[in-house]
Design a protein around this ligand. Structure first.
Ligand SMILES: Cc1cc2nc3c(=O)[nH]c(=O)nc-3n(C[C@H](O)[C@H](O)[C@H](O)COP(=O)(O)OP(=O)(O)OC[C@H]3O[C@@H](n4cnc5c(N)ncnc54)[C@H](O)[C@@H]3O)c2cc1C
Length: 394
């Protein structure tokens, strides 16, 4: 086997960590550089966990998915009066960004995971890539993997013409300890991914692990994702936080303006099934994530590549964002092994596969978004709604 490249992964979230672990397993010397000053523990939002996301912890770290995910048996659609419209048995693994991050970071260890390391520029001379950091540090590697997320500065440098498109709606998010719910609401929701479809809107409610990673029923959190349209011309006003700052990607818990929260709660009482309204209105610090589409024409540039949200930002309807980020890492390791460590050869083959995946996933999630938020032909139990990376259910 040829010599494996020395690798820098910029961005130490789920995509970056998965790629770093896989490339290290291949024999590469890998360092992760993360801009944040502290561990990224504060991101409490729920995520559905698809195979590409749980595969590394399960296959390589020997941590069963049940240790960091809650399981649900049913998918149920309810109507405004709370009655069931459709139900199907379809198990899902549901987790939180925090719970998956903890497992991956523990697996990678701290020695080569560098916090307070914001990459400010890079240069590829064909033989090596030189990275410069905000504090003046310089690193030279053979392969730079940019996993710096939806606002990727690397993407802006490599593809300045690509800009994010606002999807026309945001997701209200938040969690409440399931033990605080009324018995009737807990019974209705604890083993279910629950949807309600309304004109120009839909909501999902599901249990996720507790703040310390607890997966036992009764100790978990109930999590919401409520998609609501916000016209582009009032988006800035909507995203102005309690400090007067206009946010772009999300308004974190505790900083969403009170007026918007009050309006959202009033709408919840008016529009949502009683069991869902109870969850939504009792969340103390609801927050907002903005839904964007980002589509790139290229992901590989000599010895540099873009992975995860740094490449394609896809709407969350397939619950596949972290799975796509992780899959970018799995396929990169596969192609690097096949190319015997030759970076440009591996990246060219990798790019063909991952561009196809990104374009397909984006098209599929746009279609769900259009049908649910605009056209109104989103039907309870539609098989296209089943979560999946390559296609519904896969
Ligand atoms: C409403 C909503 C619901 C979602 N639901 C799901 C779901 O159910 N399932 C799912 O799989 N996905 C879901 N996602 C998507 C998922 O959150 C993302 O796809 C995923 O976090 C992308 O991972 P990433 O590692 O590519 O980027 P990110 O998680 O964005 O991480 C990027 C990292 O790079 C760091 N960084 C940025 N710039 C620099 C720099 N210059 N130098 C060093 N570090 C830098 C950042 O600090 C950050 O830690 C959802 C998203 C939204 C908005």
């Amino acid at each position: 086997m040829g010599t494996m490249p020395r690798v820098a992964v910029v961005g130490g979230s789920l995509g970056g960590l998965t790629a770093a672990l896989l490339l290290r397993d291949l024999g590469c010397e890998v360092s992760v550089y993360e801009r944040s000053h502290a561990d990224l523990e504060a991101r409490g939002a729920g995520i559905a966990v698809l195979e590409a996301t749980w595969r590394y912890p399960v296959e390589r770290l020997g941590v069963p998915a049940e240790d960091f995910s809650s399981e649900t048996t049913w998918v149920r659609f309810v109507s405004e009066d709370g009655s069931m419209v459709h139900e199907q048995r379809h198990p899902y693994l549901l987790s939180s960004w925090n719970a998956v991050y903890r497992v991956l970071l523990h697996g990678f260890g701290r020695d080569h995971y560098h916090l307070s390391s914001e990459m400010t520029s890079f240069e590829d001379d064909g033989e090596h890539v030189t990275l410069t950091f905000a504090d003046g540090r310089i690193e030279v590697v053979d392969l730079l993997v940019c996993a710096d997320g939806i606002t990727s500065a690397a993407r802006k440098t490599l593809l300045p013409e690509v800009t994010g498109g606002y999807a026309g709606y945001v997701a209200w998010r938040g969690v409440i300890p399931e033990a605080e719910l009324s018995q009737g609401t807990y019974d209705a929701l604890f083993d279910t991914l629950t949807y309600q479809v309304m004109p120009n809107s839909h909501i999902l409610v599901y249990p996720i692990p507790g703040p310390g990673g607890e997966v036992e029923q009764g100790k978990r959190l109930m999590n919401i994702v409520w998609y609501r349209n916000v016209a582009a011309d009032v988006l800035d006003e909507f995203l102005t936080d309690t400090n007067g700052e206009i946010r772009v990607l999300s308004v974190p818990p505790g900083l969403m303006n009170e007026q918007a929260i009050a309006a959202m709660r009033a709408d919840a009482h008016a529009l949502l099934a009683p069991q869902l309204a109870e969850v939504v209105t009792r969340i103390e610090e609801p927050f907002v994530q903005v839904v964007y589409d980002i589509e790139v024409p290229r992901m590989a540039f000599g010895r540099v590549c873009l992975i995860g949200d740094a490449a394609f930002g896809v709407r969350p309807h397939a619950a596949a964002g972290t799975a796509k980020a992780a899959e970018d890492g799995w396929v990169l390791a596969e192609e690097l092994a096949a190319a015997d460590g030759d970076v440009p050869t591996a990246l060219a083959k990798w790019e063909t596969r991952q561009l196809a995946l990104g374009h397909d996933l984006l098209a599929r999630t746009r279609d769900i978004g259009r049908r649910s938020q605009i056209d109104g032909d989103f039907i309870a139990g539609d098989p296209r709604l089943v979560f999946g990376l390559y296609r519904p259910g896969h």
